[in-house]
Design a binder for this molecule. Structure first.
Ligand code: NAD
Length: 476
């Protein structure tokens, strides 16, 4: 691919020094290459967004909403191609790729609706003091840099693009170098819809391109989703310029199963919570806390379910779980298998890379994992579950909360009063009760503690791209 960057309404050739190789993880083989954007091209993209901002701010909220509905329609028209590309480049099973596409569409529709309601939020403010009037104005934050990872490229970018454009911001998006083709659809759609040049820019590249964007003095805000190590560098750049940053980072989330659960149902929730997208989810519920009364019945059933999971190439067969998306991720997960062996952990299922082409690993279960094990405390980002038993509700809450992360949790219990009580006590941004990984665009997304700063989705996602202004007038 030669023209893979969308800057100021034009597709341009990458002039950076990095060559990006795009792989099919099911085969472990490349199928496309592109040149990264240069630092000068990042400058051009930010300059284009800056130039487009005054006019885009003046476009009415209802007209911005029409563009967002256009994005939703156009994603629908590209449905098959985008599903196929996610299956090939991410290794997602078809049903997962379909859900990602549907989530992206729903996100654009939702923020179109919210954009239409924005003018009513500009309103008079009643004042206790006589002699003054005041009114509220919600204004776009300005030029925003958006940096995203590779695990849900279509969705994560939609979660940032849709509210940013709805708010009246102009943006520079940097997709992950692991999946640089999927978000090109957003540039193609912008072109098809006649979105004004510079409102949406896309620069592809690796760390150098990301760093050039996150440290750019021409941004008003940066929104980052990715790892904690890069997140802290991004935060340092934001601190150096004293400007806002939203961070959606990693997790090591708990699933708490009480002994009043139906065993088969609980097994289904547990498996989905750490094998969806081959476990490459910030929200993977990869720490299982199972109550003593049900553990002996549940763990063998869980082992059996994992052994029956169909792992394979999404293009050739009915599969439940595909490969890991990159070789680097595959090597990282394999290194945790080695650590587990060194630590002497008890492995009930998996624990190895599969001996075949592509970057496959077995869904893995370790039991009675000590709380100081690296596998219990660190984000692995693969289909690896660590289990521990608990006796009391208080113990479950304490162990679930004993983490530097605080993204999500799942609580499984037939006693709904207890489930709600435990949900309230968990130090995370989102809790599922008797369900797993169900993310709705109306609810918030983001975490506490080391899982990030700020919230995406829902009205909170839009607020992240709006700034509040008050105009106070003296009547005297
Ligand atoms: P990553 O941090 O390696 O990369 C994320 C993005 O940052 C990529 O586009 C990358 O090119 C860019 N980047 C790399 N170095 C940079 C630098 N120095 N400056 C600026 N940008 C830079 O993460 P990843 O491996 O792509 O994704 C996996 C991580 O993302 C996991 O930790 C996962 O938990 C997290 N994640 C979090 C959420 C959430 O909503 N909380 C969602 C998805 C993924």
């Amino acid at each position: 691919m030669t023209t893979s960057h969308y800057i100021a309404g034009r597709w341009v050739e990458g002039l950076g020094s990095d060559c990006i190789t795009v792989n099919d993880p099911s085969l472990g083989q490349p199928f496309a290459e592109l040149m990264a954007a240069s630092v000068a091209q990042v400058d051009q993209a930010v300059a284009a967004a800056r130039e487009a901002l005054p006019a885009w701010k003046q476009v009415s909220a209802s007209a911005r909403a029409r563009y967002l509905r256009g994005f939703a329609d156009q994603l629908g028209q590209r449905r098959e191609a985008l599903i196929a590309l996610q299956m090939r480049n991410n290794g997602k099973p078809r049903h997962e790729a379909e859900i990602d596409l549907d989530d992206a569409v729903a996100t654009f529709v939702y923020y179109a609706d919210l954009a239409e309601q924005l003018p009513q939020k500009n309103c008079d403010v009643p004042l206790a003091a006589p002699g003054f009037t005041a009114r509220t104005r919600l204004e776009p934050v300005g030029v925003v840099g958006l940096i995203v990872p590779w695990n849900f490229p279509l969705v994560t970018s939609a979660w940032k693009l849709a509210p940013a454009l709805a708010a009246g911001c102009t943006v520079v998006l940097k997709p992950s170098e692991v999946t640089p083709l999927i978000e090109q659809a957003y540039g193609q759609i912008a072109e098809t819809l006649g979105l004004p040049a510079g409102v949406l820019n896309i620069v592809n590249g690796k760390a150098e391109t990301g760093a050039a964007l996150s440290s750019h003095s021409g941004l008003d805000k940066l929104s980052f989703t990715g790892s904690n190590s890069v997140g802290s560098q991004v935060m340092r750049s934001a601190a150096a310029q004293c400007r806002p940053v939203t961070l959606e980072l990693g997790g090591k989330s708990a699933i708490v199963v009480f002994d009043d659960c139906d065993v088969d149902q609980a097994v289904e929730w547990i498996v989905a919570g750490f094998t969806w997208n081959a476990g490459q989810m910030c929200s993977a519920t990869s720490r299982l806390l199972v109550q003593e009364g049900i553990a002996d019945a549940l763990l063998p059933r869980l082992q059996q379910a994992l052994e029956q999971l169909r792992v394979g190439n999404p293009s050739s067969a009915e599969v439940d779980m595909g490969p890991l998306t990159s070789q680097a991720q595959w090597l990282k997960v394999a290194s945790y298998f080695a650590t587990a062996r060194e630590e002497g952990l008890r492995c009930l299922a998996g624990g190895k890379a599969l001996d075949r082409e592509g970057w496959f690993v077995s869904p893995t279960l370790y039991t009675d994992v000590p709380v100081d094990s690296r596998l219990w405390t660190e984000e692995i980002f693969g289909p690896v579950l660590c289990a521990r038993r608990f006796s009391t509700e208080a113990q479950a809450i304490a162990e679930a909360n004993d983490s530097r992360f605080g993204l999500v949790a799942t609580v499984c219990s037939a006693d709904l009063e207890r489930a709600e009580r435990v949900a309230d006590a968990l130090e995370v941004g989102h809790v599922w009760i008797n369900s797993v990984q169900a993310v709705f665009v109306e609810t918030s997304w983001g975490g506490n503690k080391g899982s990030g700063i700020g919230r995406g989705l829902g009205p909170w996602g839009l607020s992240g791209y709006l700034s509040v202004k008050h105009v106070t007038r003296c009547l005297g």
